[in-house]
Design a protein around this ligand. Structure first.
Ligand SMILES: [Zn+2]
Length: 157
């Protein structure tokens, strides 16, 4: 039983037991990763997005090792507050060119409301992501290990 748990933490590529939890490796400083840039294989977990080939820069390595981040509410809030101004703007411009018409007045209001709806959907999806998706990404991140010998990143059983 104990041997089994040890096995899970040995590198599937080179068999080295010199592995570290990705989170620990990240916290202890990304500079450590510079030693393991050659010949790395990326297991292909979609969590971290892009693939990882040999010769990756340190920037990319730190990006892969970095914990998943929560989404920011900033842009959504920004749109929420600015929608009443952004929405009617193009129509104000049109009115300046072709004169004030009721159609533009109505479209300006409709467009402003649409932007508000978009902003609300944005905020709700951000909230949903942070509440449901982000904790999952974090848990998966915690399961990832990096081999300090060959640079392989793998998921523990
Ligand atoms: Zn290895």
């Amino acid at each position: 039983m104990e041997e089994n748990s040890v096995m899970q933490y040995s590198c599937p590529t080179c068999g080295s037991q010199n592995t570290q939890r990705l989170s620990t490796a990240y916290m202890s400083g990304v500079s450590q990763f510079s030693a393991v840039t050659s010949g790395v294989g990326w297991a292909g977990a979609p969590v971290f997005g892009s693939g990882w080939t040999s010769g990756t820069s340190q920037t990319q390595l730190s990006k892969i090792a970095a914990p998943p981040t929560k989404k920011s509410y900033r842009n959504g809030l920004f749109l929420l507050f600015l929608a009443p101004f952004i929405g009617p703007a193009p129509f104000a411009l049109l009115e300046r060119i072709s004169g004030v018409t009721p159609v533009y007045e109505h479209l300006a209001v409709v467009f402003g409301i649409l932007l508000e709806i978009v902003a609300l959907i944005w905020l709700v999806s951000t909230f949903t992501f942070n509440k449901t998706v982000w904790p999952k990404l974090c848990r998966q991140w915690q399961l990832h290990f990096v081999c300090l010998r060959c640079g392989q990143i793998f998921v523990s059983g």
